[in-house]
Design a protein around this ligand. Structure first.
Ligand code: NAI
Ligand code: MG
Length: 347
């Protein structure tokens, strides 16, 4: 029996950090089914050569041959480029990876101490403004741009269920619904109401009894996140708010280069560091590989290989705690491969 893992490094530092995640999985040896890696193409650079950012072959191989996947990062341009659309956004939709789960945890100075930041952002991954229905019209007062923001009961319900499951699995069992329904009472109102109704669904039948539910408007949620991060346990949010909150939370633990995620659906899981392609540091071998390595662990944990995941996570924590081999984003002087080697040694 083997574990078939699609590897999609894509652009920029994705190509420097995905090999680190692969090596961490390989270092586990026989504690997981034998990993088999399948390298797959996607990204902006691929688009500039072949006029598509996500070849069909990549999607088909993921669907038909892989048990799971690891995605690096893409360099999506900020201006509109005809024919281009982000492959990661497309992959999340095509594989119906409707939840993006992003744990943000600080490493305590001493082993066994409680971390000051220990939260999970559960981000809806398929709709909100990311349906990318934008229009531009010329009016007598100049240009007018509009975007559609889609919130459905179905997507809100299943992300709500995922968030309740996540809260149930944690010690505090506390869930905060993030929204802005004081202004967007229809869209965010539907999200808020639907998530709140999950414990009352017939299929829930008492399952989430122990979970305490709270809510916070998105702007004050960011404020409170910076002032008193310890109040949060699991946060559930529509796509865009979830994206912003998780990058903000990354600042609390020192670097975007530390924060992992998985894109999860009912039938597939794809690990992915929260950060982007970091063009400012790409090609210099100074990208922090720890977010990707932790994404590999998170993916394995989701598949039920929690011993392997623990071994990777403990090795990463130990490297951070020691603090002598770290990349520049964490104040260190080491290179990507040196940090990876430190982790591998400890796995
Ligand atoms: P970014 O996450 O790439 O970089 C933000 C800052 O964090 C930069 O200063 C970067 O050097 C630093 N950083 C990020 N990851 C790091 C790591 N592993 N080690 C050390 N430092 C790290 O976000 P930015 O600059 O806004 O976007 C750059 C490109 O990435 C854009 O084209 C954007 O579209 C794309 N992007 C792709 C994502 C994805 O593939 N899922 C997610 C976010 C952005
Ligand atoms: Mg982001």
């Amino acid at each position: 029996q083997s574990l078939k893992i699609g590897l999609i490094p894509a652009d920029g530092i994705g190509r420097e950090v995905i090999p680190a995640a692969r090596d961490a999985i390989l270092a586990l040896g026989s504690s997981i089914p034998k990993p088999e890696f399948i390298e797959l193409l996607a990204g902006y650079e691929y688009f500039t050569r072949y006029r598509t950012a996500l070849p069909d072959e990549t999607v088909e191989t993921l669907q038909n041959e892989c048990d799971c996947a690891l995605f690096g990062s893409v360099s999506s341009p900020s201006r509109k480029v005809t024919g281009y659309s982000s492959p990661i956004v497309a992959l999340r939709k095509k594989l119906d990876l409707y939840a993006n789960i992003r744990p943000v945890v600080s490493v305590a100075a001493e082993k066994g101490q409680k971390p000051t930041v220990d939260l999970v952002v559960v981000r809806e991954n398929t709709e909100c403004l990311y349906v990318k229905q934008e229009t531009l019209t010329n009016t007598e007062n100049g240009k007018e741009a509009r975007a559609t923001r889609l919130i459905t009961e179905r997507a809100s319900r299943r992300i709500g269920q995922m968030a309740f499951e996540a809260a149930l699995a944690r010690q505090r069992k506390h869930l905060t619904v993030i929204h802005k329904s004081n202004v967007l009472s229809i869209t965010d109102g539907l999200f808020r109401e639907t998530v709140r109704s999950v414990p009352r669904l017939p299929e829930s039948s008492g399952r989430f009894d122990g979970v305490e539910i709270a809510e916070q408007l998105v702007d004050s949620a960011v404020y409170r996140l910076f002032r008193e991060p310890e109040i949060f346990d699991v946060m559930v949010a529509p796509n865009l708010y979830g994206d912003i909150i998780s990058d903000a939370a990354a600042a609390l633990v020192g670097s975007l280069g530390l924060v992992p995620s998985i894109n999860a659906g009912d039938n597939f899981v794809m690990g992915e560091p929260v950060h982007g392609s970091a063009p400012d540091i790409a090609g210099k071998s100074i990208a922090n590989p720890l977010a990707s390595i932790r994404s590999a662990a998170l993916m394995l944990r989701h598949l039920g290989y929690s011993d392997g995941a623990d071994r990777i996570d403990n090795a990463v924590d130990e490297v951070i705690r020691r603090g002598d081999v770290l990349t520049p984003d964490l104040g260190g002087k080491s290179r990507t491969e040196d940090v990876t080697a430190e982790v591998l040694k400890r796995i």
